[in-house]
Design a protein around this ligand. Structure first.
Ligand code: ME8
Length: 517
């Protein structure tokens, strides 16, 4: 048997200074959808997420709550794990940067950087933002209303002066520019690639990579006065997850380098400049792709704790349903662009795309089979050109969806699936099986067969977006659990006439506001 192709995808690891919100849920969900797609498409998948637990920001948050940092991290990290479970996320591992395996990975990477002459000891004097955990040049700063200095992100900065190790980032300018050029799709979307490219072209300064003024971090090997800069620590998690520093282990050999490091646009510089530079300097292959998606706002406003408009993913899932939220977040916005979360938009998607379009198509056709065909998938004696056209549309979906998913165009992939759902509704309405019931029951059977067959294929196809609902649709037509993979799409997996159905129950209920119920 030939080995399956592999696919390694990662989310950013989230800071535990705050509880999870919709932005975190979004990134993790997008990775889940990509990972599930690949698994269904026959790949051996490794999907990693986790929490970023070191650094000043986390240390300060723990202190503000009067908690021991590790205890504080345990609690918040657990919340991120719960969210993953709650949202049916299929991650294969969950890395915490306070784990011993991660400390070993960081220290090994550090040693490699030191041994290759890429790290030196000096003194740092400059601006630092704890909120962003980032260093800024004087020229990048702006002035706040009270005359205070602010980072380009609006975060406050403080002056830091301390002995520090530096990474020779300046030496990696050419290598990075070549990497962007030779691997044109290594940073996506293109606009993000242009952004990092011009940042590098503007000249890179060496990067301070250790701190001595606090202790919540991974100690620098052989100089424990220093802890590693939280970003060198955090980025290394992508290697920890596949067993680094043991590069001879099966996982590392199989999955490195990652196919996609998925991030939000806020942290593209860390991932598409610092990270590949660290790796190249250590003689390790950089990721195949860094994809930076867009930013969600809430009813048009920036999401922020101080504005009090943070969207709790647990709450919206309770309110609207898990698969409904998964569908909305993936369908609403072209992946890569910014998006706005609005209750109206969510309700529209639930009631129109899910309840009306797909839900009704399944419910109407399967109910007719249940009532009028003895509860069995009807026999077919030949197809008309209209039947063949809609069957072909369903049969041809996978290659189109696959091509779009290769570029992480998740919303477009959903659109092409829903185009067939729409076309099938038009087919169903046009064929009028309810009229055929009296005039030509055999033809009615064929129309119902064709519609149920399209529903079967859609049920399999939507499993990467809405795993539970996909299964529920397939349960309605009693599809064998081991016949639900992508290899059963198309004409080879056609519905078998004579299969008995149970009484169909709706899979996608309409959303009705509590006060209107
Ligand atoms: O940056 N819209 O962690 P973090 C969309 N620990 N995505 C959003 C979002 C929004 N409004 N808000 C947050 C860190 N995100 C580091 C990462 S990785 C080695 C270390 C998502 O908790 C988005 O993916 O601040 C963003 O990049 C990430 O959460 C930032 O999470």
């Amino acid at each position: 048997m030939t080995a399956k192709p592999t696919f390694y995808i990662t989310t950013p690891i989230y800071y535990v200074n705050d509880i999870p919100h919709i932005g975190h849920a979004y990134t993790t969900l997008a990775c889940d959808v990509l990972a599930r797609f690949k698994r269904l498409d026959g790949f051996d998948v490794m999907f990693l997420t986790g929490t970023d637990e070191h650094g000043q920001k986390v240390e300060k948050s723990a202190a503000a709550k009067g908690k021991d940092p590790l205890k504080f991290c345990d609690e918040v990290s657990e919340r991120f794990r719960e969210l993953a479970k709650f949202m049916n996320i299929s991650n294969d591992d969950f890395v915490r940067t306070t784990e011993q395996r991660h400390k070993l990975a960081c220290q090994d990477l550090w040693r490699k950087l030191e041994a290759s002459g890429n790290i030196y000891l000096d003194k740092y004097a400059g601006w630092y933002s704890v909120r962003d955990e980032a260093y800024y040049a004087e020229t990048e700063l702006t002035e706040g209303e009270g005359g205070e200095k602010l980072a380009p992100t609006g975060a406050p900065v403080e002056w830091v002066e301390e002995e520090s190790y530096f990474f020779k980032l300046s030496a990696w300018e050419d290598a990075l520019l070549k990497w962007y050029e030779n691997m044109p799709e290594t940073v996506l979307p293109k606009s993000r690639k242009n952004e990092v490219k011009s940042f590098v072209e503007g000249g890179l300064r060496d990067l301070s990579v250790s701190r001595t003024s606090f202790s919540w971090g991974v100690p620098v090997p052989d100089n424990e006065k220093h802890i590693m800069y939280v970003w060198i620590d955090a980025l290394t998690n992508y290697m920890t997850g596949v067993g680094y520093p043991d590069v001879g282990n099966e996982k590392f050999k199989k999955f490195w380098p990652a196919d996609i490091n998925m991030v939000g646009k806020d942290i593209v510089r860390f991932h598409a400049v610092y990270w590949p530079a660290f790796l190249m300097a250590a003689g390790i292959e950089p990721p195949k792709r860094v994809f930076a998606h867009g930013w969600w706002t809430n009813e048009g406003q920036k999401i922020s704790k101080s504005l009090g408009n943070v969207i709790d993913p647990f709450e919206i899932v309770e309110e609207f349903g898990l698969d409904q939220v998964r569908y909305f977040l993936m369908r609403e916005v072209p992946f890569g662009n910014d998006g706005d979360f609005s209750q109206m938009a969510m309700i529209n998607r639930i009631n129109s795309d899910l309840a009306n379009d797909l839900g009704n198509l399944a419910q109407r056709s399967l109910s007719m089979i249940f009532k009028n065909c003895d509860g069995k998938i009807p026999d077919v004696n030949g197809f008309t050109s209209e039947d063949e056209k809609i069957l072909a549309a369903a049969d041809n979906l996978l290659p189109q969806v696959r091509e779009l998913m290769e570029r992480q165009s998740i919303n477009k992939a959903i659109e092409v699936i829903w185009k067939v759902v729409g076309d099938c509704n038009v087919y169903f309405a046009g064929q009028q099986p309810w009229t055929l019931k009296k005039t030509n029951p055999e033809r009615m059977g064929t129309v119902l067969y064709v519609t149920a067959e399209v529903v079967r294929q859609i049920g399999i196809l939507i499993r990467f977006i809405m795993p539970d609902s996909g299964h529920k649709l397939l349960d309605q037509i009693n599809i064998d659990p081991d016949k639900r993979g992508f290899e059963h799409l198309g004409s080879t997996g056609r519905l078998v006439s004579g299969i008995s159905l149970d009484k169909p129950v709706g899979v996608f209920p309409r959303y009705i506001k509590a006060e209107d119920k």
